[in-house]
Write a protein that binds this ligand. Structure first.
Ligand SMILES: [Zn+2]
Ligand SMILES: [Zn+2]
Length: 408
């Protein structure tokens, strides 16, 4: 098989991997670059011949998870190329696009965990893995006696961390490992688990009456963490309406206003002008569980940077007495203007500010487990700004540049 990292040997996010066997050619992940600033348009067509332009040269595209840096550009893929996406990840992706008005292709093919898909002489299997995006997967490609594992994004300190070793054992030894290396530069630091965060958060939540949380709506592990902490601190839990829609569509026991009697929804002021059709579809189902229906003085509320007006309004109404904003995302985003403006506005309202977070990506302990179990003959680091550091854990690391070809 031949492997080419079209993009991703020198950057975090926006990685595109091409794998070719004797008769098939596929792509793994097709996402946007992570924005380095707010001016750059990350949603441009990358213009790949046979994939997004010209005549079809690829058999299929497989997506590891619903983060924008892995799925965000699939609307540019030629109509006659199948795009395989895990079912729950697809639901999240669709909803995200409905709320953000991005044009997108929703015609994808469902892919289930542990159920192989055959494309000519390739067998492709998705395995569930722990990451900060719900139902993330690693992809195993088998062809002509060779095995390639593409890890997607992974960690082992989240709520699915217990599956990590058993999943890797199912996959077994591989000829080539293509691994993400987001945290390569961060050395041996051992990351906090979601359970550690839950304990920390429940202590903090007890110090305040109102808690606001800035976190990704698609990070379901974190929603569960903060819901549990909020419950321990005897507060009701309020999800902004976008998050409420996400938690409502997923097939599991995730805190959502539709199923939990201590969970409510908040429709932000910025959505007042949405068309009736949109409101009927996404707001109406939560009608008896939102805004004026919330009676508690002590609450935990998931917010967005676009919700400063809402928080100001609550302050003016005397609802906010002793409040704290918890920041629970990658600290790099704090440099963005929209985040700075929001947090400055929060502080002006006399609301405290704290960071409670753990990474969506694994530390060195996770990487060592991957290396020990899959015993890769060769390793290509991607999704990193420090690819040379791969050699510290993976002695068989091969340092490639974008578009270089490796044959196994
Ligand atoms: Zn990523
Ligand atoms: Zn991710």
């Amino acid at each position: 098989m031949k492997v080419k990292i079209i993009k991703g040997t020198n950057q975090i996010g926006g990685c595109i991997t091409e794998i070719e066997s004797k008769s098939a050619r596929i792509i793994i992940d097709f996402g946007e670059d992570l924005p380095s600033d707010e001016v750059k348009d990350c949603h441009e067509n990358p213009m790949i011949d046979g994939l997004t332009t010209g005549k079809r040269k690829y058999d299929a595209v497989f997506i590891t998870h619903s983060h924008g840096d892995h799925i965000g550009l699939i609307d540019y893929i030629l109509e006659d190329i199948s795009v395989y996406v895990e079912k729950e990840s697809k639901k999240i992706y669709e909803l995200l696009n409905k709320f953000t008005y991005k044009n997108t292709r929703f015609k994808t093919t469902d892919m289930e965990f542990n159920k192989p898909i055959t494309i000519k002489d390739m067998k492709i299997t998705l395995f569930r893995i722990d990451h900060s995006s719900y139902n993330s997967g690693m992809i195993l490609i088998e062809s002509n006696g060779k095995k390639i594992l593409h890890t997607g994004d992974y960690r082992n300190h989240g709520r699915k961390g217990g599956l990590f070793t058993s999943t890797l054992n199912k996959i077994g030894e591989v000829d080539l490992l293509i691994t993400e290396g987001t945290t390569f530069g961060r050395k041996d630091e051992k990351y906090k688990t979601e359970e550690d965060l839950e304990l920390l958060a429940s202590h903090e939540f007890k110090k305040y009456n109102q808690i606001f949380i800035l976190q990704a709506s698609t990070n379901i592990d974190r929603i569960v963490t903060f819901y549990k902490a909020s419950k321990k601190a005897h507060k009701v839990f309020i999800e902004d309406i976008f998050t409420a829609n996400i938690t409502n569509i997923l097939n599991s026991n995730i805190p959502t206003p539709k199923k939990f009697n201590d969970v409510y929804a908040w429709i932000p002021l910025k959505y007042q002008d949405k068309p009736k059709k949109f409101k009927d579809k996404y707001f109406l189902p939560f009608e008896d569980r939102c805004n004026s229906m919330i009676v508690a003085n002590d609450f935990t509320m998931l917010v967005k940077t676009s919700m400063l007006k809402d928080i100001k309004m609550l302050k003016e109404k005397g609802v906010i007495t002793n409040a704290c904003l918890i920041y629970s995302m990658w600290e790099g985003y704090l440099e963005k203007k929209s985040f700075k403006d929001f947090i400055d506005g929060i502080k002006d309202l006399g609301i405290s500010f704290k960071i409670i977070h753990t990474s969506g990506h694994g530390d060195n302990t996770a990487r060592k487990i991957v290396n020990e179990i899959t015993k890769p003959k060769k390793v290509i680091p991607i999704h990193t700004e420090n690819k040379e550091i791969a050699k510290e854990v993976f002695k068989n690391a091969i340092i490639l540049d974008d578009n270089e070809i490796l044959e196994i």
